[in-house]
Design a protein around this ligand. Structure first.
Ligand SMILES: NC(=O)C1=CN([C@@H]2O[C@H](COP(=O)(O)OP(=O)(O)OC[C@H]3O[C@@H](n4cnc5c(N)ncnc54)[C@H](OP(=O)(O)O)[C@@H]3O)[C@@H](O)[C@H]2O)[C@@H](O)CC1
Ligand SMILES: Nc1ncnc2c1ncn2[C@@H]1O[C@H](COP(=O)(O)OP(=O)(O)O)[C@@H](O)[C@H]1O
Length: 535
């Protein structure tokens, strides 16, 4: 693993390994566990409120439901509700202690006391068996347990019934509660650490799952995606202590989670003595009469990547319009086929300039004409610089051509198309989707959890390809790092875009205006109140 990734990509663990890891980290010391619970809860509260911005502002009196079990998962949820309440003192918090108050473990009880005694908190217990339709859901200051479901939709539901100590099955009473909560309208459903009942049919259905301290591997499993929703990793600093005494997982891990810190080297001052040639020169080959926009979007993203120079080869009838849209790039007009794709006869234009490139991106908007694909295969074969192959260039005959290192950026459909050609290609594969999985043929798959459905629109992949291409042009010897950084940067910019404008009324090129903000915001400080080893 490149050194730039080792410290900024944290292992995902099985629940059993996570339990062992935490046991060793805290050494059974309750004060340290309490500190960790506070830190986890603050992080959950902050993340939930931040993610709510994708919907809009919280109403003045948000209605919040907390489902709490007896353990630390419940404690985290209860304390998170307390911290949300501190920010929104008029919040109406309804708390369902699903096993009752008497069985709460010490820290969960302490969390419950903090929540219910925090003046003027209106948190009131709702006991699961009393969840009847007829009861008034608005807790009154002195009333006892109330019903949770009638009334207006909850703004936030926080699920803290079971965390990584869950053992199936879910007992019928709790299964019924979960079914009822799942069927009730709610604006944002948040699972603490893991959705309760994960792996069974009786599972909490989350919009977001907030993994505290460690991502547990079931949260990454494809079959659990519908229940997990969007997975957020809340880095609590568990991996910062190099002298960690815990049973460290097998090295290298099968799955690792990328953190925003992978972008830190992009936040440093550049040397005053440099010029544009020190920051790489990306060549992009793409565009066709049928798809003129994709290559423009890739070029726009490359221009924001920090690359010093970007040259784009496009069909000749497009070049003038492209130059008007992005004059910062050099647009080379390439002879066209009758259908408007790149013709083989233009290859000399590329060859004449080839020694200036430090990386090459082929694919955005290329089209699938046989002549153009043959040209793309020739370019891949002859390239002396690392490649990014995207979109229509993701064909078995192209991904396997030539010896230059390469990054492939398929979505699931494109991945299926090239899968057979991958073993010999020695490529870094960026498998795009709600979670983006990056692998260079090694044992570890790096996961970018950033970005969300705001990206589910045409063009977001073109922006990613341009960004990765631009990063690769700057560090041609580090394709894995370029791929990981590109995915994280793109995803974090998408999250910022969705928080600023919501998920709907968006043009995907607006993501470009959030790339700078990602680099200029603080890396979330796992360090705040860092949890340290007891040894
Ligand atoms: N230091 C901290 O504060 C940190 C806290 N973190 C948080 O703590 C969570 C782990 O907390 P935890 O160990 O208390 O276990 P948790 O999953 O809440 O279960 C509680 C109990 O439920 C029970 N139970 C299990 N299955 C059951 C079933 N089917 N039906 C009924 N009961 C069932 C079982 O008890 P038993 O039945 O054995 O008495 C179990 O012990 C973790 O996921 C994360 O959210 C960390 O991430 C950060 C550091
Ligand atoms: N629901 C989603 N959540 C997170 N990311 C998504 C989601 N849908 C799409 N994306 C991301 O958007 C991009 C889509 O790429 P792609 O399918 O190639 O789109 P296009 O070809 O239209 O540009 C990828 O980076 C993918 O990870």
């Amino acid at each position: 693993m490149p050194p730039g990734l080792a410290a900024t990509s944290h292992p995902a663990l099985s629940p059993a390994d996570a339990a062992r890891f935490e046991a060793a980290l805290f050494g059974g010391d309750e004060s340290r566990e309490w500190a960790a619970m506070q830190q986890a809860a603050r992080a959950i509260a902050a993340a939930v409120l931040r993610d709510f911005d994708e919907i809009g502002p919280l109403p003045p009196e948000p209605r919040i439901l907390v489902l709490a079990g007896k353990g630390h998962n419940g404690g985290d949820a209860l304390l998170a509700a307390k911290f949300i309440h501190e920010k929104h003192p008029r919040a109406r918090i309804e708390t369902c202690l699903v096993f009752g108050e008497r069985v709460l473990r010490p820290l969960a009880l302490r969390a419950w006391r903090e929540l219910s005694h925090a003046p003027p908190c209106r948190a009131r217990p709702c006991v699961a068996p009393r969840l009847t339709d007829g009861e008034n859901s608005r807790p009154d200051a002195r009333s006892g347990p109330t019903s949770i479901l009638p009334g207006p939709p909850f703004d936030i539901v926080l699920d803290g019934i079971f965390g990584f100590q869950f053992r199936p099955p879910v007992e019928p009473r709790i299964a019924a509660l979960l079914a009822r909560v799942n069927a009730s309208p709610a604006r944002l459903r948040a699972a603490v650490d893991l959705p309760s009942g994960l792996g069974t049919p009786d599972v909490f259905l989350a919009d977001f799952t907030y993994a505290t301290g460690i991502v547990k591997s079931p949260a990454l499993a494809e079959e659990n995606r519908a229940a997990v929703g969007r997975l957020r990793y809340l880095d609590l600093g568990f991996w910062d202590n190099t002298a960690n005494p815990s049973p460290v997982p097998a090295d290298p891990p099968a799955a690792a989670i990328l953190t925003p810190a992978v972008l830190s080297p992009l936040r440093v001052l550049r040397s005053p003595l440099t010029d544009k040639r020190d920051y790489g020169h990306l060549f992009i080959v793409g565009g066709s009469r049928g798809y003129p926009g994709a290559v423009i979007m890739a070029a726009l993203a490359a221009l924001r990547s920090g690359a010093g120079l970007v040259t784009v080869f496009v069909p000749e009838t497009m070049a003038a319009a492209c130059a008007a849209r992005a004059p910062e790039a050099m647009w080379v007009a390439w002879p066209e086929t009758p259908e408007g794709g790149l013709a083989l006869e233009g290859a000399h234009l590329f060859r004449e300039r080839a020694d200036r490139a430090t990386a090459l991106l082929v694919g955005p908007g290329l089209g699938r004409e046989a002549e153009t694909l043959a040209l793309a295969a020739d370019l891949a074969k002859l390239s002396a610089v690392p490649l990014v192959l995207d979109a229509d260039a993701l064909q078995p005959a192209i991904v396997g051509a030539g010896a230059a290192s390469r990054i492939l950026t398929p979505h699931v459909g494109e991945f299926a198309r090239i899968a057979a050609a991958l073993p010999g290609a020695g490529a870094v594969t960026v498998l795009k989707g709600p979670v983006t999985r990056i692998n260079d043929g090694g044992a570890t798959t790096h996961h970018s959890l950033f970005g969300g459905p705001v990206l589910a629109r045409g063009g977001s992949g073109d922006l990613l390809a341009g960004l990765i291409g631009g990063l690769l042009a700057q560090e041609p010897a580090q394709p894995l790092l370029a791929a990981c950084r590109g995915a994280v940067w793109h995803g974090l910019a998408a999250d910022r875009l969705a928080r600023a404008q919501g998920q709907r009324a968006v043009n995907i090129t607006q993501l470009l205006d959030h790339l700078a903000g990602v680099l200029r915001e603080d890396v979330p400080a796992a360090a705040a109140g860092k949890v340290t080893s007891g040894k």
